[in-house]
Write a protein that binds this ligand. Structure first.
Ligand code: C2E
Ligand code: CA
Ligand code: CA
Length: 904
């Protein structure tokens, strides 16, 4: 070859190299850059979806856990209002420990929110978040005057708001997925673009558009994004985010919970592409060789494109692919492809042919229907490790007529969840299983043959007034009380039965489930016994003993119930008998019978009977003396209502008075009562002893009340100060403006005003001096605990001191022991009312008492009276004279009818 020819060849080769190189470089750039962008964002999507779906699931899970726990502690709210006050710090602490982070509490009430000790008006923005169970926002955004702009994750349970700082919540979660996300940014924002959280950034009141996108992309059309947001679509953009060229991916979360939220992921463009650089370089070198052999070049180009494609799914190029398992399926569920991750993690994965062969966890729907809904789901597989299971959370993505399932190993989280579920099914104080487990156990048992063939009893046990005890003594002592209660129940069951379970549904509410009972007498007797055992003093603090009253409702399963039993029916019927026992003054164990569940509730029947009783006047007043310890004389009587109908003889007036109040019958009933009380007052007018009359709030609010009672007063022509009206403190305080003028008129007329149940509700101490009141009645709960509890004693001392300084008379209620009487007298309270002196008695008996104490001026007995025994006496008497009334609560089938009734 000549040198000239050689030169020409070289020139040709060089020129064609330059041309070909230029051509391929340009072609490559346009072809491949698009291609790479698309591929990159797809792989980034997979990581981002995995993370966002896991975060979303965690939020939902946490919400469910805390919801279940709160409801198990304080009960499901009626008419949407949770009693915020019953969510104690102890409950809050427990909820926090279940979730593993600190929760704070606030609560909504009308259009205000209470945070700490302060109350704030809500602004209009609140309505966007108000109805949502899970939300992320700052209080500043819902309260105009609020200063703190920290963003919180907020769980709402009825009116209760539990919140935790979003940063503390979300950072560890993202950290957990840092290998998937590399050093990307992530943020949480609302559909409006308002940012509620941004990793390491300033998130207070910033918006996506103004602060992060628009300023750096002047020509960028934000409409595209905001349309996607309003339609809750996911997507991605390549744009300058905060000035750095990035992939910006946005994924809606909590869609099914009606949230406005999005998680956004921002990956730096250069970083993502850095791993691709070597490909481009390789390509250039290969392109040079193409000048020598175009065919070879074409081949190499083709090869390199092929290789690039391969590399996209290889570890080196995009390690975003490493973690997730991906399975491609057709519309019928047939597995078309899967990645290596599947085989690496799952035992013999390649043997699966169709998704129907997979085992779905915690979801009963068919797997294909879950996939079609594009809901996330969890699958359980045998793992590559011997004897171990692997749990994989899959997110289905629809791609044309196929689905890609993107799976992420959540074995650790799943196990944790199972453990947490265990925590959620046990009462934290007593460690006994709760209602969730009760339902499960009962549900499983009632379908077995044993249930049909043997005897089963259910017992519901609850304390009267556990909340008061909690308030008086604090939660620590309350917990000691509950644990002792649980202990006593379990111990006595184990002595009596072989086959039983105990559950603690909430605070003092226990359920007992006894199987295989030889004779129902055994469960009836046990129920009576446990109530007695629970009455034994309980040491709640060192050397502080208290006595609590428990009631029980018993359900013995009969043949009929065997065929129709469900957990709901059993629970409801047990509750009805418990309610029955609680409503009664004397019955401590009520046995379920059909009447309790007839289409009318017991209250409805009572209401009808009450109506007739008012027409026929089946009422009597009993009178309980108020006794001056110094002068040893009776200074007054409190008139207490009794219904003489045998069916209701043992019902507490508190119960039927409440029902009468509810439907307005109290007005008519009140007239009957007034008539009786005024005529008795007239009879004893000369003794100077006054009679106090309980006046219901409904009567007081009625417009003609003052006029009417004054008329009755005039008709009987009684002396001034012969009648005292008892008004509850709570009611008076709630209706102060309205009531004060009414009371003034009554006082002028000659009525004495007593403030009943003082100290339990509001403390009206501050207002007391402005109220037209003559006496305060210290609530019997204070009397009950003042001997054993120092704090109660301090409160009573203060009430007495303040009462005296305002020249008010003091009457202590519920005085049962000499010790209480002594303490009160030392404090300066001279008038006592309670079983120590006498129970409420009939008119004739009351007159005898006047003769005994005031006429003959005898000394008071100093013997300590036990009111328990008093009740026994009453019971024995009445049992003889009137058995039918006691049998009200007995199932007709029961073989020991005379045995249950008003057991105490
Ligand atoms: P209250 O006004 O607080 O009545 C005091 C209650 O304490 C009475 O219950 C009385 O029997 C009971 N008691 C008296 N001494 C002792 C004691 O030493 N220890 C204990 N543990 N309790 C004692 P009762 O008669 O069952 O009445 C319950 C409630 O029913 C009353 O509470 C009152 O709110 C309402 N009530 C009763 N009679 C009437 C009435 O004529 N009209 C209205 N509106 N309400 C009434
Ligand atoms: Ca009273
Ligand atoms: Ca009272």
């Amino acid at each position: 070859m000549s040198s000239k020819n050689l030169r020409n060849l070289i020139i040709t080769v060089v020129l064609s190299t330059i041309v070909v190189l230029g051509f391929f470089s340009v072609a490559y750039y346009f072809l491949s850059q698009n291609y790479i962008d698309r591929k990159n964002s797809e792989s980034l999507f997979i990581s981002s979806l995995t993370v966002s779906s896991n975060i979303q699931n965690k939020m939902k899970d946490d919400y469910q856990k805390v919801y279940d726990y709160i409801i198990s502690e304080i009960g499901e709210a009626e008419d949407g209002e949770t009693s915020y006050n019953s969510v104690s710090d102890a409950i809050l602490l427990q909820a926090s420990s279940i979730l593993g982070y600190t929760l704070n509490k606030a609560y909504f009430s009308g259009d205000t929110i209470h945070i700490g000790n302060e109350t704030f008006a809500l602004n209009d923005a609140i309505y966007e978040y108000y109805t949502k169970p899970i939300a992320i926002y700052s209080f500043k955004s819902i309260i105009d005057e609020y200063v703190d702009s920290l963003n919180y994750l907020v769980f709402r349970i009825h009116d209760l708001v539990l919140y935790t700082e979003i940063k503390n919540y979300i950072n560890p979660l993202f950290d957990q997925y840092s290998d998937l996300l590399d050093e990307s940014y992530y943020l949480i924002f609302e559909k409006t673009g308002r940012i509620n959280y941004i990793k390491d950034g300033y998130d207070k009141g910033r918006t996506l558009y103004f602060d992060y996108i628009n300023r750096y992309n002047l020509s960028y059309d934000y409409n595209k994004l905001s349309t996607a947001f309003t339609e809750s679509l996911e997507g991605y953009e390549v744009l300058n985010f905060s000035g750095v060229k990035s992939y910006f991916l946005y994924i809606p979360i909590l869609k099914d919970m009606d949230q406005n939220m999005y998680i956004g992921f921002v990956f730096e463009y250069d970083k993502v592409n850095a791993d691709n650089k070597y490909l481009i370089n390789t390509l250039i070198i290969i392109s040079v060789s193409a000048t020598f052999v175009v065919g070879l070049l074409t081949f190499i180009f083709g090869y390199s494109m092929y290789k690039k494609n391969q590399d996209l799914s290889s570890n080196r190029f995009s390690y975003y692919f490493v973690k997730p398992m991906t399975i491609t399926i057709d519309r019928r569920g047939k597995i078309l492809r899967h990645n290596r991750s599947c085989e690496k993690n799952i035992k013999e994965f390649s043997l699966f042919e169709n998704v129907e062969e997979f085992k779905v966890v915690e979801d009963d729907s068919k797997i294909m229907s879950i996939i079609q809904r594009q809901d996330a789901f969890i699958l359980e597989f045998d793992s590559q490790k011997e004897e171990e299971k692997i749990y994989v959370n899959f997110i289905p993505m629809r791609v044309f007529n196929k689905y890609i399932l993107i799976g992420y190993d959540i074995t650790r989280e799943h196990k944790e969840k199972v453990i947490n579920a265990k925590i959620a099914s046990f009462n934290q104080v007593t460690n006994l299983p709760n209602k969730i487990i009760f339902d499960k156990d009962v549900g499983n048992y009632i379908v077995t043959p044993q249930f049909a063939l043997s005897n089963t009893s259910f017992v519901a046990i609850d304390l009267l007034d556990f909340n008061k005890i909690n308030r008086l003594y604090g939660y620590e002592s309350g917990n000691v009380l509950l644990r002792t209660m649980a202990q006593r129940i379990c111990d006595s069951l184990s002595e009596t039965f072989k086959n039983y379970n105990v559950y603690n549904v909430r605070t003092s509410f226990f359920l007992v489930f006894i199987k295989d009972i030889s004779n129902y007498n055994a469960s009836i007797n046990w129920a009576k016994k446990i109530i007695d055992l629970l009455y034994d003093p309980i040491e709640i603090k060192e050397k502080y003993f208290i006595q609590v009253e428990a009631k029980a409702g018993l359900l013995n399963v009969d043949e009929e119930l065997k065929t129709s039993a469900s957990t709901e029916v059993i629970f409801e019927n047990m509750n009805k008998s418990l309610e029955r026992a609680k409503q009664s003054r004397l019955i401590k164990v009520a046995l379920y019978n059909a009447e309790l569940s007839s289409s009318f509730t017991r209250d409805q029947i009572l209401e009808q009977d009450l109506k007739k009783a008012i027409e026929k006047d089946e009422f009597e007043m009993h009178f309980q003396p108020q006794f001056n310890i110094k002068t040893k004389k009776i200074v007054g009587f409190e008139a207490l209502l009794r219904w003489t109908n045998p069916k209701y003889k043992f019902d507490s007036p508190e119960h039927y008075v409440t029902i009468a109040e509810r439907n307005g019958m109290i007005i008519e009933l009140g007239r009957l009562i007034n008539e009786k009380v005024f005529s008795f007052a007239k009879k004893i007018e000369n003794t100077g002893i006054s009679i106090s009359l309980n006046v219901s709030p409904v009567q007081l609010l009625q417009s003609g009340f003052v006029f009417e009672i004054i008329k009755t007063y005039d008709e009987h022509k009684i002396k001034s100060n012969s009648i005292a009206l008892e008004i509850t403190e709570t009611f008076l305080m709630e209706n102060r403006d309205n009531m004060v003028s009414k009371l003034r008129i009554l006082k002028e007329k000659g009525f004495v005003i007593h403030l009943d149940d003082f100290g339990v509700g509001y403390s009206s101490m501050l207002y007391l001096k402005d109220l037209p009141v003559d006496a305060i009645k210290i609530d019997k709960e204070f009397t009950k605990y003042m001997v054993s509890d120092k704090i109660t004693r301090v409160i009573v001392t203060r009430i007495v001191q303040m009462g005296s300084s305002l020249d008010l008379e003091l009457i202590a209620e519920g005085v049962e022991t000499e010790r209480q009487s002594e303490l009160l007298s030392r404090m300066g309270c001279e008038v006592i009312q309670g079983y120590l002196i006498s129970q409420p008695v009939s008119e004739a008996e009351a007159i005898k008492l006047i003769e005994k104490y005031n006429g003959l001026n005898v000394k008071v007995e100093t013997k300590v009276k036990d009111y328990k025994n008093d009740y026994k006496e009453i019971l024995e008497e009445t049992e003889e004279e009137d058995e039918s009334s006691i049998d009200e609560s007995i199932d007709d089938d029961s073989s020991n009818e005379d045995d249950i009734g008003g057991i105490e």
